[in-house]
Design a protein around this ligand. Sequence first.
Ligand SMILES: Cc1cc2nc3c(=O)[nH]c(=O)nc-3n(C[C@H](O)[C@H](O)[C@H](O)COP(=O)(O)OP(=O)(O)OC[C@H]3O[C@@H](n4cnc5c(N)ncnc54)[C@H](O)[C@@H]3O)c2cc1C
Length: 304
Amino acid sequence: MISVAQKRELKQCLSRFFLEDEPLAPRTTFKTGGRASVFLEPETLTDLRLAVKILMEMKLGFLLLGGGSNLLVADAGIRDRAVISLTRSFRDYTIVGSDKNVVMVRVEGGVQLAEFVRLSVISGYSGLENLAGIPGTLGGALAMNAGAFGSTIYDRLAAISLIHNSLLEWRSATELNPGYRDGGLEGQDIVVAAYFLLPRQTPSIIAGKVAEIRNLRRQHLPSGAHAGSVFKNPAGDFAGRLLEEAGCKGMVFGGARVAVEHANVITAGSGSTTQDVVNLMEKMQDRVKVYCGVTLEPEIRVVS
Ligand SMILES: Cc1cc2nc3c(=O)[nH]c(=O)nc-3n(C[C@H](O)[C@H](O)[C@H](O)COP(=O)(O)OP(=O)(O)OC[C@H]3O[C@@H](n4cnc5c(N)ncnc54)[C@H](O)[C@@H]3O)c2cc1C
């Protein structure tokens, strides 16, 4: 628990971007969970580095919150560590180099992935089409190694700049080791910006492909409050297939329900708690384990 004295000190040092007891449910796609005891929205790189330095000196950890589209926040909220969000100020998209075939763009960690895709489409830069429709921020996408239809955010990545132990550092794409739905970032590393090499293409061709992908997604995902796939696909199989065959579609716990459109998605109804979702996840895991002996691993990150 962050003590009253620690909060007072943080408020004094970081007053310009310090919020107290900030509700997190509206900042996640599940719309469940409690408040952040300390919520920091740095406006500049200097602010961000200072915040990390002070938190480190006070021996307090922190959680990066992107678009909250892959997170389940504990009902008791986040009280032992600070929550940092880049979504207010780290939102630049810049062309940093180009030739007749390819451009290099620099995109900041708080940019919405959908905005990155949109700007690239209208500018005629391809390579991101399969990621259209994935919610959240660029920072979250890199942390999760977000992907769809055989592509991931790392496919066109050249480098990232990140805050590591309060210092600004670089990693080229070849130094990073992303795995399946895991960007392979070190514990408290913060993605500040990323550089992508995107081939030029006629905008209407890219737009056509994006429309096709969006359409496919619409057919398979339910509406309502959820965070996409709950479990990772086990090697050589699909979590959704196993969950469906194990009879999970329509299962309910409190206000949480397994979607009838897709057995690997849980929707949280109004009044649902995070604990409802977590309990339902455990029931689903148990069913699949009994059905075929496979232990499904959560893709969604439960944070407290
Ligand atoms: C409707 C829907 C569809 C989805 N479809 C897909 C899909 O097709 N493919 C897919 O891969 N995912 C999908 N997802 C899940 C989710 O959108 C992705 O994982 C997304 O990339 C998460 O980004 P975010 O900004 O919301 O991250 P958050 O949920 O906020 O955080 C996720 C993780 O990233 C970390 N993080 C966030 N920002 C940073 C940063 N700047 N630096 C370091 N770490 C950071 C957080 O600490 C956390 O560990 C879907 C979700 C929804 C709701």
